[in-house]
Design a protein around this ligand. Structure first.
Ligand code: ATP
Ligand code: MG
Length: 568
């Protein structure tokens, strides 16, 4: 947790809330986009007892953490009435189910992999291919397998569930009592008709889901409601404060007032690394190596690659208690220590390579520790290897996006999110990409975008696109910031290292072999402790047995890497 005060905002300010994979934060900005205060709390998403792969989103405890952040930043302004509007953002994919009275019945975080059996069935039947073609989502992050799991394993809860939402929508709901979804965050369910920016009736039918389950869709910045008396008591915000639907963290981070900037690649270095480019059409990448979602700006979509847990791997290392880091484990100071060690290690991490889970539309991607066994190498080598893997993966994805959108170079690369707090990580990224990497002054770009859109929605800021856009608004948020320029020696070294990594990195398969999957898992996903028979090259299965930063109770489970259906 940190708090930063850049002076109280007597003239009113905008509050943004962002629920990320690894933690939540409240950020206050002046109406001109200047950061006033920031409060953060880390969190994790524990497995439900006996349910391998589950990542429960603990609504009660997490809401308390969000409220604590809000109260902390409110202490930085003369009075809570200074807050003129609230915007809400979150990770994509996380889901909440509600009963008729609006009580949360069930919730999961974005990395929940309990629904392996359901996912395998959808892959095998071709449903996953149809879902991807229509909704652009990846199987491991989308709602359909998770909803199928609840229906199958928790029939009573399923029977009581009357509505669903994503996590950012849930924050709006907790503050106001109004349940809506916003297009960018809603589309991370993989259940949107991307072109129409609305829930897809065809996908509902495909999944056997009732339309009544799905809330109204609003555009980002729409004032969905006002802070209720109950939420006022919990947060300290004045009752009646306007609350705007925010959206997906990456989309808000790209919420430039002038829309898509050709050739601008934004790398959100959070718990997951996302490499994102705005596009003018809702097209999906035919091979499923990228996902497409709605942008917060109508008429635009985002094409992105996702490096699963690329940032969580560094948090995992920080919390491992490796020699020298133990004293600071669990505190952000641990990153500074790791950074110091990693900076002294040459490119290539003395031969150590961190692994990232392969991920695409067809892969049941999940957390795995970055090293298959505890390496003999020191913490500096491990930290550097993790940072290098994230950068390599970014280069790979940048190539795929360029291929899809017909772009051959990236004149502008921006790194935001937690990784942008580092000095070394942007430098490694610049060396690996072979071009400058800009780091904005304020790395909480999702919060900034949420605040600006809330300000516009509440009528405090002029509509987007005007010359008077606040300095922090999206495209301008890169500000002067910092720029990491590639060093000739670093670039040369990493060109070679990247080629080696790319040749050896495990990739999601692109070959279809659904019959093999069915033979492999005749009665569905293998339960913890039961070894699967691995007898088909199209499916790679591995067992994981060590702990991670997200799953507090780690249990072995099977991962399935499968392939793109032939009709795609
Ligand atoms: N000082 C630091 N130095 C290096 N890396 C850091 C530092 N602080 C945070 N990080 C990295 O940033 C990650 C967290 O970033 P962030 O808070 O943006 O993620 P999040 O919002 O929780 O996740 P996501 O956006 O993927 O849902 C950590 O896991 C770590 O990899
Ligand atoms: Mg985030």
């Amino acid at each position: 947790m940190t708090a930063r005060s850049a002076g109280a905002a007597a003239d009113g300010c905008l509050l943004a809330l962002d629920a990320g994979t690894g933690g939540c934060r409240a950020a206050l900005f002046t109406a001109g986009g200047r950061p006033v205060a920031l409060a953060r709390r880390e969190w994790s998403h524990p497995a439900d007892a006996g349910i391998p792969g589950s990542q429960s989103f603990e609504v009660a405890g997490n809401w308390e953490l969000i409220c604590a952040c809000i109260r902390e930043v409110l202490a930085a302004v003369p009075g809570p009435a200074a807050v003129q509007a609230v915007g809400c953002s979150s990770m994509g994919g996380g889901l909440v189910l509600y009963d008729r009275a609006g009580r949360e019945l069930w919730a999961c975080a974005n990395g929940d992999t309990r629904a392996g059996r359901e996912a395998v069935a959808m892959l095998a039947s071709g449903t996953a291919a149809e879902l991807y073609r229509r909704g652009g989502g990846w199987i491991a992050l989308s709602a359909p397998p998770r909803l199928a799991w609840v229906r199958r394993h928790e029939p009573d809860r399923w029977a009581a569930a009357t509505r669903l939402s994503m996590i950012a929508d849930w924050i709006v709901f907790r503050l106001t009592g109004t349940l809506v979804t916003e297009a960018s965050i809603g589309s991370t369910s993989g259940m949107f008709d991307l072109g129409r920016r609305a829930w897809s009736p065809e996908i509902m039918t495909l999944c056997g889901l009732e339309p009544a389950l799905f809330p109204e869709v609003v555009e980002a910045g729409t004032v969905a409601g006002r802070v209720s008396a109950a939420a006022s008591r919990q947060t300290g915000l004045p009752p009646g404060t306007p609350v705007a639907a925010g959206g997906l963290d990456t989309a808000l981070g790209l919420a430039g007032p002038r829309g898509a900037v050709p050739g601008k690649l934004t790398v959100t270095g959070g718990s997951f690394w996302k490499q994102t480019v705005a596009a003018n059409s809702a097209a999906v990448e035919p091979a499923g190596r990228l996902r497409t979602i709605c942008h917060v700006q109508p008429g635009q979509w985002l094409v992105e690659g996702i490096s699963f847990y690329a940032g969580s791997a560094l948090r995992w290392l920080r919390d491992q208690g490796v020699q020298g880091v133990r004293a600071a484990a669990g505190r952000p100071a641990g990153y500074a220590w790791l950074e110091q060690l990693a900076a002294a290690v040459p490119p290539g991490a003395r031969g150590l390579t961190a692994r990232l889970a392969p991920a695409d539309a067809w892969t049941w991607a999940h957390w795995q520790p970055p090293f298959s066994s505890r390496p003999a190498a020191g913490a500096g080598e491990q930290a550097r290897a993790i940072q290098e893997a994230a950068a390599y993966s970014t280069r790979l994805t940048a190539g795929l996006i360029g291929e899809m959108l017909g772009l051959s170079a990236w004149p502008t690369v921006i790194l935001t999110g937690g990784a942008a707090r580092s000095t070394l990580w942007p430098q490694i990224l610049a060396d690996v990409l072979g071009g400058p990497v800009s780091v904005p002054d304020h790395v909480e770009s999702a919060a900034l975008g949420a605040a600006v859109l809330a300000g516009r929605g509440a009528g405090i800021l002029p509509p987007g696109g005007a010359a008077g856009d606040p300095p922090g608004a999206g495209g301008e948020s890169v500000g002067p910031g910092r720029v990491a320029h590639p060093s000739p020696a670093g670039q040369r070294a990493y060109d070679l290292l990247y080629e080696r990594w790319a040749a050896a990195a495990p990739r999601p398969s692109n070959r279809a072999d659904h019959a093999a999957i069915e033979r492999l898992y005749p009665s569905g996903m293998t339960r913890s402790g039961t070894s699967p028979k691995v007898n088909r090259p199209a499916c790679s299965c591995s067992w994981l047995t060590s702990g991670g930063p997200v799953l507090s109770t780690w249990q072995p489970y099977v991962t399935i890497t499968t392939s793109a259906p032939s009709q795609m």
